[in-house]
Design a binder for this molecule. Structure first.
Ligand SMILES: NC(=O)C1=CN([C@@H]2O[C@H](COP(=O)(O)OP(=O)(O)OC[C@H]3O[C@@H](n4cnc5c(N)ncnc54)[C@H](OP(=O)(O)O)[C@@H]3O)[C@@H](O)[C@H]2O)C=CC1
Ligand SMILES: O=C(CO)COP(=O)(O)O
Ligand SMILES: [Zn+2]
Length: 360
């Protein structure tokens, strides 16, 4: 099924896509997963819950969420495994239609699936991230891969975020570092947005832009504090990811957090599907787009190194020529989203950039 098809699945009573919807309860800390029943009660969400969770994350936290809710709610589980994402979303929607509210327990893919299923069935959605790997934790957008590159769809923002730092700190450090990289990419995303505003008259939200930049700045300043398997680090990064997601909800688009570096990442999703995490690819892309903007690309590279994120295509097992292809293909993904990569990049200049900027 296509991205257009998925929008047709939605038969809403009213259109909330232009509303600024933000989470009401944000609970971040050690052991807070145990507070899920209290949060559900606080929000009076109804008496039946659908838990959407992943293959690995079900054991990590999904089963615990099911057990905690079972005492007071009718609980059904939907396993969001692999396969065609739109087919899986369609099945998740059928399950969501039978429940009063939806809980997504997992990484970015699972959370996006849960928020689309919630949006298309008008159900409240609770976000329970098992990793601080992406800034979709609290946003009103969902990113779904298609043959033409990722599409960014309007989706249900979480009415609550419950982020247990004990769970998040136990995840492989690579996931946390990817979350840092996804946020550092905000720097170049907003430069692209400003460029498009100046050159093309694209509307700009000062609030969303400022929040996105401030979030990146705070993380940038705290990069030395980000350590593997530390709950303090999990707390710092998760708060930043929530804040970045709120910027997207304010803007009503992913513009504050997604520019040319994200298009590069989406191009790699197609050209080298099994290589690298979303945030890792965005961080690597941001080094080049920051250089092209004439900004502090070394600062981005050094901060990525500090938090333990890769800084070269080789760092995620991608060869230089594939990175060149991805830079060129990036422009064809969501061409309406103007970025620095639309400013005259050639194959020759892409090769020079990859050679110059991706030396260790
Ligand atoms: N909506 C938005 O605004 C945004 C959306 N995104 C989207 O998010 C996705 C990227 O998210 P990301 O989390 O990097 O990737 P995934 O959701 O694909 O997760 C990566 C892997 O990590 C596993 N995992 C998650 N938590 C843990 C844990 N605690 N311990 C061990 N393994 C764990 C997952 O398991 P499992 O198999 O259970 O899933 C999966 O195998 C992309 O699809 C991207 O487009 C990114 C940024 C913003
Ligand atoms: O990843 C995002 C922000 O970090 C948003 O995703 P898109 O690039 O698909 O809009
Ligand atoms: Zn991202």
């Amino acid at each position: 099924m296509s991205a257009d098809g998925i929008n047709l699945l939605r038969a809403k009573v009213f259109d909330k896509s232009k509303w600024m919807q933000l989470p009401r309860d944000v609970v971040i800390g050690h052991g807070v997963i145990e507070q899920i029943p209290a949060v559900c009660e606080d929000l009076s969400l109804g008496d039946s819950a659908l838990v959407i969770t992943g293959d690995k994350t079900r054991d990590i936290a999904g089963k615990r969420v099911e057990a905690l809710l079972a005492a007071s709610y009718d609980v059904t589980t939907f396993a969001a495994g692999g396969g065609d994402p739109f087919e899986t979303i369609k099945k998740a929607e059928a399950a969501a239609a039978e429940a009063a509210f939806v809980i997504g327990v997992g990484g970015g893919r699972v959370i996006d699936m849960a928020k689309i299923a919630s949006y298309n069935t008008d159900r409240h959605f609770i976000s329970v991230p098992t990793a601080a790997s992406h800034d979709g934790i609290a946003s009103s957008r969902a990113s779904v891969p298609t043959a033409d590159g990722n599409v960014s769809l309007a989706a249900e923002p979480p009415v609550a975020v419950i982020a247990d730092t004990a769970v998040i700190a136990s995840a492989p450090h690579r996931l946390l570092a990817a979350g840092c990289a996804d946020i550092m990419a905000n720097y170049t995303a907003i430069l692209d947005w400003e460029l498009s505003h100046r050159l093309r008259g694209e509307p700009l939200s000062e609030y969303a832009l400022t929040l996105s930049r401030m979030t990146a700045e705070i993380l940038f300043k705290n990069a030395d504090l980000i350590k593997p398997h530390s709950e303090e680090s999990a707390w710092i990064v998760t708060k930043a990811l929530v804040s970045s997601g709120v910027a997207m909800s304010i803007a009503g688009s992913s513009r504050p957090g997604s520019g040319g570096e994200h298009k590069f990442s989406h191009a790699l999703d197609r050209l080298a599907p099994e290589k690298g995490l979303h945030g890792e690819k965005c961080g690597i892309g941001a080094i080049i787009t920051m250089y092209l903007h004439g900004g502090d690309w070394r600062g981005i590279r050094d901060s990525l190194k500090k938090v333990g994120a890769p800084t070269t295509p080789a760092g995620i097992g991608v060869d230089d020529e594939t990175a060149v292809e991805a830079l060129l293909a990036a422009r064809t993904i969501r061409p309406e989203r103007f970025t620095i990569l639309d400013m005259g990049l050639t194959r020759e200049s892409a090769r020079d950039l990859v050679k110059m900027l991706y030396r260790e």
